[in-house]
Design a protein around this ligand. Structure first.
Ligand code: PEP
Ligand code: MG
Length: 750
């Protein structure tokens, strides 16, 4: 019985595939396919609905319904039984459709005479492209074999659609991957870039979705499965030493799936029904993705995610399409990926001009790296990996989180204008690069740069920065699979000190925990990690790591002056303990005969409001203070810096925050403690001006921001800016922004 169903299915698939080879329009193919299916399954009706846009299905071909309704009948996703199949991405099989809840009668189709209904989603890699429906006049139940058979057919139709087999007139028959698409997503790193798509994981192209010889396809599947199991075993044995419990768990789950009889059996069955091995993998992958969307339990969803990853590996093994196999990296590459790790992103290095992620988050490691690489990053660009093809034109607006894929000419031209204007401005900045940031009334503001990678250091010269105000040391820990060795770190720090030359350079000790979880660190689930065991709280307890890093810094300096600061100090004692750890290491290193720095400055980052109110003795002990505005602002307003819903809710120029900054600057001044500001806001010209007006004389920012900030500072009179701010504060305004920007506009500066 199974044999007969299998061979019938194979025959039908081959006949469908033959329509691919025939000359003709997409519409003709679709008509032919509906005829073939109705004929083969003995149904009165067979209809194909395809998406004409993200929300609307259109009847594109029918055998049995009124031909006049083709391209006229449309349904929203979720509307009627057909819309429900699309929304739920699973079959609906009912013997009495008109009496089924949700049925929507469409008079133009003449479908009132049909009682039974079977609809299955047409989907590729979990993305619904349409719905395939068969109907009969009599009330009958379609058997499980029939449901399965129709799903297999739908799979081939999805692959044919992907190959462009149904291209014709109208939106529903438009060629795949050719329309312009705009993604309104989330900005994770500012900047703009225009270029061509480079997919981190290229699309798998399947030229022939139908198995001509099922035995051969089965053999291919088994071979690929064996390789997959071998790969997973290798990964596990490599991981046994270094991996955390968590990554081992993932690999164990991989192994379980790779050895799962159920998964293999389903794919074998798909092949026996006539699908090529790759399409069988995709079919099961689609089912996994549909399940993933329905499962509420996060643990189970994660496991389904693992299975999805494994399916991708299997597909690549089957098609021999490995990452970037044969794909040249274009000169102006914009990387498009579902997600990406910090190490992988770094490997692309300077070869990419921007990154667009389907998932990701503002505070992810990838975002930290993108920030360090100073390239725009947009996250949450839903479905972009399915829409984009290698080589597509793409425009990334990291300032607003907007991405234009295959843009219309008018949009591309406007975007190019914007980039040209920015380049023009860059030239202007270059002309003042070697001039100091002095306001018209003679106040000098030190402009420093933030860095975190060796590749950042050349920016020290090109940006005209006065030095490095913040070197984030955690990146070296984040991009490795195990704790870096002391010697390795010392060598790296030495190169950084060399590169800085005579310019001041401040190393910030390891700021991990919260979002920055090291791949090899045991993750402790914390209800609120941003306020949890992180930064100095963690390193004071894990004294070994702290000592190792301090030793590496001391050895790297090799007698030269050294500036170190500790992140996230919330009270005086944390600072005294960390400072003592440095002093103890100096004594030890000297005793070991190592050259210690001739001068050491030890500072603290002010990132929690509490530290602003620490005893005077703290300010006297700290050699310098650096305000970590990103964290300080999130705790001042109790607004998570990574939560899209609230992170922009409170303006940095809010009078409460500015007044707080002013108090910190005054307190530091009165106690003789040098103070600077190193959060992202320092790199925004209007914000930077405000901080200067509040009394700060040193700001640290992305290298790319130094030009624009200096350009503004050099043109304004700081005392006048201060008056504008004070007037706004006295007026009861919530933010000084409108007043200050109005003033700058009148001066012709904005
Ligand atoms: C800050 O919090 O402002 C800061 C500079 O540190 P990070 O962004 O690395 O937390
Ligand atoms: Mg911080």
């Amino acid at each position: 019985m199974a044999e007969t169903t299998g061979s019938r299915s194979r025959n039908l698939l081959k006949r469908l595939r033959d329509t691919l080879a025939q000359e003709g329009e997409g519409q003709e193919r679709l008509d032919k396919i509906t005829q073939l299916i109705a004929d083969s399954m003995g149904t009165h009706v067979c209809s194909i609905y395809l998406l004409r846009d993200a929300e609307t299905l259109e009847l594109c071909a029918t055998e049995g319904l009124n031909p006049e309704s083709v391209h006229q009948t449309r349904l929203r996703i979720g509307e009627g039984l057909v819309g429900r199949v699309a929304r739920e991405a699973r079959p609906i099989n009912v013997s009495n459709a008109p009496e089924t809840p949700g049925f929507r009668y469409m008079p133009e189709t003449g479908e009132e005479v049909y009682s039974s209904f079977l609809g299955v989603p047409i989907q590729r890699l979990g993305e619904t492209r349409g719905v395939l429906v068969v109907q009969n006049k009599e009330a009958r139940d379609y058997s499980d074999d029939e449901v399965y058979g129709l799903e297999v057919v739908a799979m081939v139709i999805a692959e044919m659609a992907e190959l462009g087999a149904f291209v014709g007139k109208g939106a529903a028959l438009s060629a795949p991957h050719q329309q312009p698409v705009t993604f309104r997503a989330t900005s994770a790193q500012e900047g703009t870039a225009a270029g061509h798509v480079l997919l981190h994981e290229p699309h798998v192209v399947i030229a022939n979705p139908v198995a001509d010889d099922p035995e051969k396809e089965l053999e291919r599947l088994h071979r690929a499965m064996d390789r997959l199991k071998g790969d997973v075993d290798d990964m596990l044995s490599v991981a046994m030493g270094a991996a955390t419990d968590e990554s081992r768990q993932v690999l164990e789950a991989y192994r379980m799936f790779a050895n799962s009889r159920g998964w293999l059996k389903r794919m074998e069955e798909d092949i026996r029904s006539g699908l090529a091995a790759e399409v069988a993998v995709e079919k099961e992958q689609s089912a996994t993705r549909a399940r993933m969307a329905r499962v509420p339990d996060p643990y189970l969803r994660e496991r389904l995610h693992d299975l999805d990853d494994l399916s991708n590996r299997l597909l690549r093994l089957l098609t021999g399409q490995d990452n970037h196999n044969g794909v040249e990296i274009p000169e102006d590459a914009i990387l498009v990926a579902r997600n990406i790790g910090p190490g992988e992103l770094l490997e692309y290095g300077k070869r990419i001009k921007g990154v667009v992620l389907e998932e990701g988050s503002v505070g992810s490691h990838a975002a930290i790296v993108a920030r360090a690489m100073a390239i725009p990053l947009v996250v949450h660009a839903e479905k972009i990996t399915r829409e984009a093809l290698n080589g597509d034109l793409i425009l990334v607006d990291g300032d607003h989180g907007i991405v234009h894929l295959r843009p219309e000419d008018s949009i591309a031209a406007a975007f190019q204008d914007k980039i040209a204007m920015q380049q023009e401005a860059q030239q202007q900045y270059a002309s003042i690069r070697d001039l100091p940031a002095v306001t018209r009334d003679g106040v000098h503001i030190g402009l420093f740069m933030n860095a975190g990678l060796m590749v950042d250091l050349p920016s020290l010269k090109s940006s005209g920065a006065d030095g490095v105000g913040l070197f984030r040391t955690e990146l070296q820990f984040l991009i490795r699979s195990k704790v870096p060795r002391r010697g390795e770190l010392a060598a790296l720090y030495a190169r950084i000190i060399d590169a800085a030359g005579d310019k001041p350079l401040i190393f910030r000790t390891l700021d991990i925990g919260s979002d920055k979880v090291l791949p090899y660190m045991k993750r402790t689930d914390e209800p609120n990690p941003a306020m949890g065991w992180r930064a100095i709280r963690l390193t004071l307890e894990k004294a070994g790591v702290m000592r190792m890093q301090i030793q590496a810094l001391l050895r790297a300096s090799n007698g030269r002056p050294l500036k170190v600061m500790f992140p996230f100090v919330a009270q005086f004692e944390e600072f005294t303990a960390a400072r003592q750890a440095v002093l103890d290491e100096v004594v030890r290193e000297r005793a070991l005969g190592h050259k210690v720095p001739e001068e050491i400055e030890i500072g603290a980052m002010l990132e929690t409001p509490s530290l602003a109110f620490a005893p005077d003795q703290f300010f006297e002990m700290a050699d310098f203070i650096s305000i970590g505005g990103n964290d300080l602002k999130q705790f001042f307003f109790a607004a998570d810096r990574e939560n899209e819903r609230v992170r922009r809710r409170y303006d940095t120029l809010n009078v409460s925050f500015l007044t707080f900054i002013e108090q910190i600057a005054r307190r530091c001044d009165s106690l003789g403690t040098p103070v600077s500001f190193c959060g992202e806001d320092a790199g925004r010209p209007v914000e930077a001006l405000c901080f200067a007006a509040m009394g700060l004389r040193s700001l640290s920012m992305r290298p790319a921001s130094i030009g624009p900030v200096k350009h503004l500072l050099r043109r304004v009179n700081l005392a006048e800016a201060r008056e504008v701010i004070d007037r706004a504060r006295a007026s009861g305004a919530q933010s000084v922004r409108p007043a200050l920007e109005g003033w700058l506009k009148d001066l012709g500066f904005v």
